[in-house]
Structures are given as structure tokens and as C-alpha cells.
Design a protein around this ligand. Sequence first.
Ligand code: PGA
Length: 221
Amino acid sequence: MLDNLPLIVANFKANKTWDEVASWIQSVAPKAQTFPGTVVISPSMPFISEASQKIKDQSLKIKLASQDISKFEQGAATGEVAASQIKDLAAYTLIGHSERRQNFGEDDKILALKVQNAISAHIEPIFCVQGGDSPVPQGVKIIAYEPLFAIGTGNPDDPANAKSMGQKLKTNGNYLVLYGGSVTAQNIKSFLKKGLLDGVLVGTASLDPQSFLKIIEAVSK
Ligand code: PGA
């Protein structure tokens, strides 16, 4: 239904200038081209357009995700980016990352609006949850399980636990489930082996293209 699995999503958060994003793409592109899964990058909003152009011009096998999307549609919403404004640029959008929930007061109602807008614009939401109890809005096909204690801490979840969370989430719907939280080249295989989990969301270890390349290499073997 979607792109090839596993999905390896690099979330740059509020890091990198355009030059740095461009040189990252340049470094990772050759490996992404032969990777059997899908490499998705999530740069800051101002670079989505240029990144999309670069990917198109060079026919690269890299997909784009925005890190967020507005709960509003196009109109009087200063500072926001509406889903329909980037629908031709980003295949995916993160929605409900814990940093958005915690620091920007995004609640279930707001997140459901964001999901609705993304889906109407044909952008695939990657809906982030911290555990099995968060409501998942209708229409979501991809969930990212990201336990709070594991994000940016170097302290990943136990792979067995992440897998059983994946299993639990999948009993509630026909979801793809990604794991996120301190994923590295050293631990990625333990999260992806034996199926159940369909990909990963990588923050810190995605920033350096060389360390990200090692992540792709680890799952290509
Ligand atoms: P981390 O971030 O890889 O730095 O833990 C993951 C995320 O926030 O998506």
C-alpha cells in the first residue's frame, strides 16, 4: 500500500541549515538508491521545497516528511503551514511527536484535526504515540511508538518490549508500526528483526550522514 519497508525516517528536528541538509542528501543518496526499504527525511519546513526539487532533479530514492502540519487549512493562520500547501512536496508528515505534545500543547483534538488535514491533502501521517493508550485518529495507517524515556537519551526501549507494543498497536488496526527513541546503527537490527516492527524514526543518530549511512547499512545486510 505504501513505500517499501522498512521505513527509515530521519527526523532532523530544528537542526541544520539548507547547505547542511543538501550535503546530507548528497552523502546519503547513493546508498538510499540501492536500499530495499525507504529512506524518508524530515528537515525543517523552510527546506522542504528545495529538498523536494533536489530529489526530483536528481531522481533520488528519498522521500520527504514534514515534522508537523497545521490544524488549520489555508487561510488566516499566520505562521502556519497548511497540509494543502505542501501536498506536492512531502509524502509524509509527522503528527503528534512528543515534543509537539509537550511543548506546544497539542492534544488529541488538535492532533485529530492535523491527521484529517494531512489525509485530505494525500499526505501520509506518521502518528507518534508514547504508549498503547493514546487514541489514534481515524485514517492513520502508520504509528510511531516513541516512549518518552528513550527520546534523545541514549537509553532505547528494550526491543522485546517495543515489539510487544507493536503487536498491541496492531491488534487495534491494520497499522504499520515504527519504533523511535535512541535508535543507532548498533541497535537497529534488534528492533527490526523478525518483522512486527516496520521501520524506525531516528533523531540524534540521523544528524551525521555517516552515522545514518551506518544505520542503513546495518539493515541492508
Ligand atoms: P532520538 O529521537 O533518536 O534522538 O531518540 C527520536 C525522535 O524524537 O523521533
